[in-house]
Design a protein around this ligand. Structure first.
Ligand code: ADP
Length: 322
């Protein structure tokens, strides 16, 4: 990137310097033409005997000189403008492609890690069960862990599959009425099974919405998963299901690190994750919120992110009530 920036600046500086050089040469040539024409005038017309014709011709020579100056200044400025625009377009598209390839690289690293770690955990648990005679409680614990890991794997595969299907417009969303409240409470119950005591739920009523249940489930799961993932294990996650302005509203508030204002819009971009692969502690692919936003938009809903007090993030999604 740095090499490209230096080469780009160097090339740009060279073109501008060449343009200035040609401008100066042209000006000199124009001056020479003016001087020759002036000498010629002095030789051909007597300024005292025929002063009217002399000064008219002199005026004409001066005007031609000014017109030439205006012409090459105009053409030079247009050329410079075109070069500046061209250079800016090339530079910004190069930066964009570098950023995308970096994000894709991060994504590949994250996906490889995300795929390998649940498989390794499941293998280890299954090998332990195969090799040792374990009591019922221990066996149950290991089986539960395998189920949690396989769910993680399943969520990741679903996210990746859905992202590519939605991108290729191959996914045909269903259009059915269902209870949004039941969907959220069931999802929270599933997560609470793996993370006991982490959720506090408040529900004011039963709200039905219309759309694709699987997609909405995925959007809700992504928010719950993130809240758990990015919050210290001793802090609770608050979930509330409410209605407002003919909308069913889900709020997920956590006490994690929160999301800086400058990152709030970016986290919905594909593959975007805050920080670098070295500084990130939590696992992820940067696909969750990208898909969540797509799903919410597809259901004519809205998603917002704000700060929690004293710290943390609050994600809110609303869907029109049926
Ligand atoms: P993933 O979690 O797989 O990295 P997401 O698209 O779900 O991808 O989230 C994008 C990024 O937004 C995350 O990498 C994380 O940096 C940030 N983020 C999402 N949810 C939270 C949250 N509840 N608290 C803090 N940061 C979050």
């Amino acid at each position: 990137m740095r090499l490209f920036t230096s080469a780009h600046i160097l090339l740009f500086a060279y073109v501008v310097a060449a343009l200035i050089f040609w401008g100066i040469s042209l000006d000199r040539k124009s001056q020479t033409i003016y001087e020759l024409e002036y000498e010629n005038l002095k030789r051909t017309i007597d300024s005292t005997a025929n002063s009217g014709a002399y000064y008219a011709k002199l005026e004409e020579i001066k005007n031609k000189r000014t017109t030439r100056t205006k012409q090459y200044l105009g053409e030079g400025s247009t050329f410079l403008l075109v070069i500046i625009i061209g250079a800016a377009v090339v530079y910004s598209s190069f930066r964009r492609s570098i950023r995308l390839s970096r994000q894709q690289n991060n994504f590949m690293m994250a996906v490889t890690h995300e795929l390998k770690s649940p498989i390794a955990a499941m293998k280890l648990n299954l090998q332990t069960m195969a090799r040792h005679q374990l009591d019922e409680d221990k066996r149950k614990l290991l089986i539960d862990r395998c189920v949690t890991e396989s769910n993680r794997l399943n969520d990741l595969c679903n996210n990746m599959l859905l992202a590519s299907q939605m991108e290729g417009r191959q996914y045909k969303p269903a259009h059915e009425q269902f209870s949004f409240s039941d969907l959220v409470t069931n999802s929270v119950a599933d997560y609470a099974h793996s993370y006991p005591g982490r959720f506090e739920v408040a529900q004011t009523g039963n709200y039905n919405i219309t759309g694709d249940k699987t997609l909405v489930q995925m959007a809700v799961n992504n928010l719950l998963e993130n809240a758990i993932k990015y919050t210290p294990t001793d802090k609770p996650v608050y979930v509330s299901i409410d209605d407002n302005n003919n909308q069913a509203v889900l709020t997920v508030a956590d006490n994690g690190p929160g999301i800086p204002d400058a990152e709030k819009a970016k986290i919905f971009n594909k593959f975007y994750r805050i920080g670098s692969e070295e500084t990130r502690k939590a696992k992820g692919t940067g696909l969750g919120l990208y898909l969540t936003l797509k799903i919410v938009k597809q259901h004519r809903g809205k998603i917002t992110v704000s700060d929690n007090e004293p710290q943390g993030a609050v994600f809110e999604i609303c869907f029109p009530l049926s």
